[in-house]
Design a protein around this ligand. Structure first.
Ligand code: SF4
Ligand code: SF4
Length: 190
């Protein structure tokens, strides 16, 4: 969940059309047409990545007349299906997936069950991935895969790849390093 109080705005006279803003936007809200960046305000979650990245100072964050709440209510989705998806992805429903926005795994699961099929969809439905964009990626990818969805970053856009967790450690390595108790932990938590 994220409360969005600002929206990105471009000064066309300063824009050089280099598309750097387009590449870092987590929701696909900004695109460059005819060498000029344009913002779809309905998709902007005010992450300020475009503002931060723009080399020309062409972007300004402007206060919205009213804040917009970006959220998927997990309670509106079949709870058994939310639990099932989390279980399959090996994340706990109440686990924090996006620390920057406080988005829990059950909200991500609900958004996927309600039709999110891409990273951009998910950011638009939950606000997740609009902070650092690093720590949430592993769990989000895991949850998409558990739902049978293959997600990829748009070509030439920035995205951190999936980070491994203990469930990804092969059995021979678990045996080789018994001092980390990975076998025991995966058995108990799995
Ligand atoms: S990063 Fe700045 S200069 Fe480059 S396309 Fe976007 S708004 Fe224009
Ligand atoms: S979501 Fe972030 S990167 Fe995209 S337009 Fe809004 S502030 Fe810029």
């Amino acid at each position: 969940m994220k409360v969005v109080k600002f929206v990105s705005s471009v000064d066309p006279s300063k824009c050089n059309g280099d598309k750097l803003c387009e590449r870092v936007c987590p929701t696909g809200a900004i695109s460059v047409v005819d060498k000029e960046a344009r913002v779809d305000g309905t998709k902007c979650v005010a992450c300020i990545k475009c503002w931060d990245r723009c080399p020309s100072g062409a972007i300004e964050m402007v206060a919205r007349p009213e804040p917009v709440v970006v959220r998927t209510d997990p309670e509106t989705v079949d709870q058994d299906k939310v639990f099932e998806l989390c279980l399959k992805a090996k994340v706990l429903p109440g686990q924090l997936v996006c620390m920057c926005t406080g988005t829990l795994a059950k909200e991500v699961a609900a958004a996927i069950l309600q039709g999110a099929k891409s990273f951009e969809d998910l950011s638009l439905k939950t606000g997740s991935r609009s902070g650092c964009g690093i720590y949430c990626i592993g769990s989000i990818q895991r949850m998409f895969e558990a739902a049978g969805l293959k997600v990829t970053s748009p070509e030439d856009h920035r995205m951190y790849d999936m980070t491994l967790n203990m469930f990804d450690v092969p059995a021979d390595l678990q045996e080789k390093y018994p001092e980390y108790y990975l076998k025991e932990d995966t058995e108990i938590l799995g």
